[in-house]
Structure formats: C-alpha cells, structure tokens
Design a protein around this ligand. Structure first.
Ligand code: FNR
Length: 364
C-alpha cells in the first residue's frame, strides 16, 4: 500500500488521499452584468472531471474577493450571493464524489486588470481596465499601470472582503479555504520588501510587512468553522536575494519559516508552498519538484503541515515526497489538466486504489 493514498486528517476533516488539485484559474467566468465572476458550465465540467478521477481535494482556482481583485475580466468572484450559489453547485458535486471541495480566495493587487493568458496576458486596454491596488505605487513591470497605494482604511476594506468571501464560501459548502498569499498578488506584495515600500504599520519591518497577511488570516479564521482547516499559499522566495547577480532584495526562505510560525499561531492548518511571481525576470531554477525543499524546510523547522507543488508529475515521485515526510500532500497543476484521471492511474501504478464512481466501477 502507498502513503500517497492514505487518508489525511486536519482538524475534523478527513481528506481521502494526498493527491490534491492545485488552484488554477480558468478565466472562464461570466463577464457582463449580473453574470460577472459567476462560474459557468466550463467550471462544472472541469472540476467534476477531476473529482470523478479520484482527486482527494480540489482547490478551486483563485476566486476574487472584489471586482478589482480579479486578474482578468474572466476570473471567478465571490463578492456576491449569485457567485456563491454557482460555486455551491460545484462544491456539492465534488462532495458527492468523495472529493473534498476547497477554494482559494484572492486579490490580485497590482497584477489585476490583465488580459486572459491566451489573449496575451498584458495589462488591459484603458477602455476595459480598472484601477489596480497595491501596498506602494510601484508598477509590477515596464508597461504596467501605476497602482493606487492603499490607505489604512482601504486595507481594512480588503480584510473585510476576505472575511465576507470566507463566509460565502462556507455557506456554499466548501470545506477547505485557502488564502492566496503567493505569486505577486496583493498579500504577497505586502510581504515582500521588493514591492512593499511603505513606512506605516503595514510596511517597513518584517512585522509590518506580514501584518496584512495575519489580519486576513484572523478575519478568515473568525468566519471559518473550528472543525475545518484553513490553508495559506505563499511564495517561499521571490528568487531575488538568493541570486547575488540580481541585485534586488526580496522575500526569502528564512522569512517564510518565520511567517509559517506566525501563521500556525493564528490558526492556519497547512502551508501550500509555491515560489516566485512577485518580480519579473527573476532567475528561477525550474525542474522536477523544484519547490519541494521549501515545503520540507517549513515542515521540519516549524511543524506546520505542508503541501508541495510544482512539476510533480509521476506517481513514484509523488509517493516519495509524501512517504519521505517532505510534505503531507502533493498538489498537481498542469499534470491534472493533461489527465483528469491521474489519481486513478497513480494508484494503479503504486498497487493501491483510488475511489472510482460506481457508474464506472461496476463496468470495468
Ligand atoms: C496556475 N497557478 C495558480 N496558482 C494559484 O495559486 N492560483 C491560481 O489560480 C493559479 N492559476 C493557474 C492557472 C494555470 C492554468 C496554471 C498552469 C497554473 C499555479 C498552480 O497552482 C501551480 O502552482 C503551478 O502550475 C505549478 O504546478 P504544476 O503545474 O507544475 O503541477
């Protein structure tokens, strides 16, 4: 039997295996009037397929807590009840299949207001764009718009939007909520000295830069049931400070370990450990499982459970990560886009079993 297909319990929630789906934007939500940010048939079919494929936990894609927090006009939203109702239909189906329904809630900060990736991913033309928000008035890159620096009162509004999103997500039936603190989006922008040049209580020192993350976690925790887990995704490094040739200073793996201890104390149950995204043209040594060591370090040094993500594609590779205690679970992204039935295939390869819907199981 494998470790990958052992159940995993956090608080009172048992997840049937350690093969989890990473949050992946589909940029396919409604874009006009009351349909704005509302999940479509695409989302239902996409997530349903990975659930019938035996995935233990599905984290729905970055779902915006406010209209201006969307990466593109096609992002999912969870700032109103119609959006939550459409998401609830997906959560219910996942649960019926024995897959734990999770959702990532997000604010894109200064990386908002862009085209869908397949349209180029560039900042939207002025007629369609909206004002982006950030800790400091620093564009993400050349050719990107100048973001508005959030005031203290506006930061409090954002915290309230995350709380309201958590409330709606719970009412919609989700059992895991993940705060998106990675990839150069708003919370990540506050964490990193590369993007946060504030001198007030939300910037400057490490304690100042992590303040928004902790306030969001506290607000989400207050809305989320005691018996259910809260995840936090972060970029363990901006890949700047580690690279002396770069010359730019950023968030580091040491900062991540420090923050992980704080997050744990504030009620986060698992850290989803990614990297990068906050600084254009950072040199990233991409390769199989290239982010796993960061998850391992957090787990070993803080005791906080972790999920590893990034170029995990093979059953034996995933099994090794979990069996060696480098992470408690693996999150698969693109490999699950290629093969919704990856969990079933991996289970067979490891001599184990994943849940198969009776509609299929009786017939094969
Ligand atoms: C992503 N990724 C991502 N990350 C995140 O935190 N929220 C998101 O909504 C998205 N959206 C997204 C869309 C698509 C199409 C891709 C390919 C990726 C990153 C993703 O969760 C994952 O961390 C990376 O894809 C690396 O894992 P894989 O793909 O190598 O398994």
């Amino acid at each position: 039997m494998s470790t990958l297909f052992e159940p995993y319990t956090l608080r009172s929630l048992t997840i049937p295996n350690r093969v989890w789906m990473a949050p992946m934007c589909q940029y396919s939500a409604g874009t006009a009037g009351p349909a704005t940010g509302v999940a479509t048939d695409w989302h239902f079919a996409h997530y349903a397929a990975r659930a019938t494929g035996g995935t233990g936990l599905i984290l729905l894609e970055a779902t915006a807590v406010s209209p201006e927090g969307r990466i593109s006009p096609g992002d999912l939203g969870i700032w109103n009840d119609d959006q939550a109702a459409a998401l609830g239909r997906i959560a219910a189906f996942l649960k019926e299949q024995g897959t734990v329904p999770g959702i990532q809630i997000a604010h894109a900060g200064r990386k908002a207001s862009t085209e869908r990736p397949w349209q180029g991913g560039q900042p939207l033309a002025p007629a369609e764009s909206w004002q982006t928000l950030a800790p400091s008035p620093l564009p993400f890159d050349d050719g990107h718009p100048l973001p508005h620096q959030l005031s203290t009162a506006q930061i409090q509004d954002v915290v309230g939007q995350f709380a309201a999103a958590a409330r709606r997500a719970r009412a919609a039936g989700f059992e895991v909520i993940e705060v998106h603190g990675a990839h150069g989006y708003l919370i990540n922008e506050f964490l990193s000295p590369h993007s946060n040049h504030r001198t007030d209580a939300y910037g400057g020192s490490f304690e100042g830069r992590i303040r928004l993350a902790l306030e969001v976690v506290d607000a989400v925790r207050a809305e989320w049931p005691e018996e259910l887990p809260v995840f936090f995704r972060l970029s363990a490094t901006d890949w700047l400070t580690e690279n002396p040739e770069d010359g730019r200073q950023g968030w580091t793996a040491d900062d991540t370990v420090r923050l992980a201890r704080e997050l744990r104390a504030h009620g986060v149950d698992l850290l989803d450990v990614s990297t990068g995204g906050n600084a254009p043209r950072a040199a990233i040594p991409v390769g199989p499982g290239y982010q796993v060591t960061f998850a391992q370090r957090v787990r070993e040094e803080t005791g906080l459970p972790t999920a590893a993500v990034g170029l995990i594609t093979e059953a034996r590779q995933a099994e090794k990560i979990v069996a060696n205690g480098q992470a408690d679970a693996v999150l698969l992204g693109r490999e699950l886009l290629r093969d919704p039935f990856w969990a079933r295939r991996a289970a067979a390869e490891l001599g184990d079993r994943a849940t198969i819907p009776p509609q299929y199981a009786w017939a094969v």
